[in-house]
Design a protein around this ligand. Sequence first.
Ligand code: EPU
Length: 337
Amino acid sequence: MELLENFNLKNFNTFHVSAHARYFVNVPDLACLRDALTFARARGLPFMLIGQGSNILFRQDYPGLIIEMNIRGRKLVGENDTHWHVKASCGENWHAFVQWCLENSYYGLENLSLIPGTVGAAPVQNIGAYGVEMKDVMLSLEALEIATGELVTFSNADCGFGYRHSVFKGDKRDQYIIYSVTFALHKQAVVNIGYASLAKALEGTPDPDITPELVGRTVTEIRRSKLPSPSRLGNAGSFFWNPVVSREQFDSLRLEHPGIVGYPDGDEVKLAAAWLIEQAGWKGFREGDVGVHSEHALVLVNHGHATGAELVDLSERIQQSVVEKFGIRLTPEVRII
Ligand code: EPU
């Protein structure tokens, strides 16, 4: 195990902010992961796992051990009449895994193309985009129980998935480390093109031509047109959750703001946080090196040398102005450390 000290995390968070970890270790296998946990426990240090740092904002240095999860591997592990069962280790890059599945005709992940991050991080926040969420495609996962060092299997139902939520952010927070994820992927080319902007982009394409490969390419194009690539402009995708309000609250908001964007979510309504932020005047805002993306108001960006504290400060100003204009408090989706 190679421990690095006072390690700059600039290349390990997609906001590309500078913050130092007291210790940093790259973990390529389970034995090394167990050693890293033993080291942290022996020193009484806090520790934190990092995949590609695509949902994290460091507002200050980290006083403990950062564990970079780099455990790799992907393979077909089973099947039934309709589905392939495909297993991937936690350190696999998400988008590369999606592409590999498509190349092998394992269908179902194409709507989740181009999401930054790793396979292991994906279930924690039940990643979702263009009408598909992790909960729709996951069969089970293996996680290391931190207290015992044992691997435990979680079924899909055990994960308690909700909108950008799972037990790993709730009741079981900080108790498990996701080691591998097994997906149930269609043998037949089934496509899901119900999401409005995806359906619009495919309008006019004859049905037989709408293959999973085309869906994957279309989602990739939509994302590229709206969301900045972290390799060019520091960001962590949507900074806030889309707030969910009651139908009554939605109706009264709509009276005052007729253009408000909301989608039915069970008995409630999920509001487009991007719309609220844009209406509050923030879209394209820039001050020094912090800003709000000009193509999508839900994305905060680092134009170069922004600090984590400056980005947090901007997020708080946005929250405050949305409260003042709409009476709604946005909650960060990004994990602020
Ligand atoms: N809109 C605006 N202004 C903008 C952008 C969007 O008013 O600048 C309005 C439009 O009316 C648009 C609506 O907001 O129709 C929804 O926008 P979009 O389809 O881009 O989706 P979103 O709700 O902003 C969510 C996820 C994204 C995911 C997309 C597509 C959350 C917090 N975000 O964004 O996930 O890619 O749907 O499914 O649920 C992420 O989690 O980091 C992420 C990027």
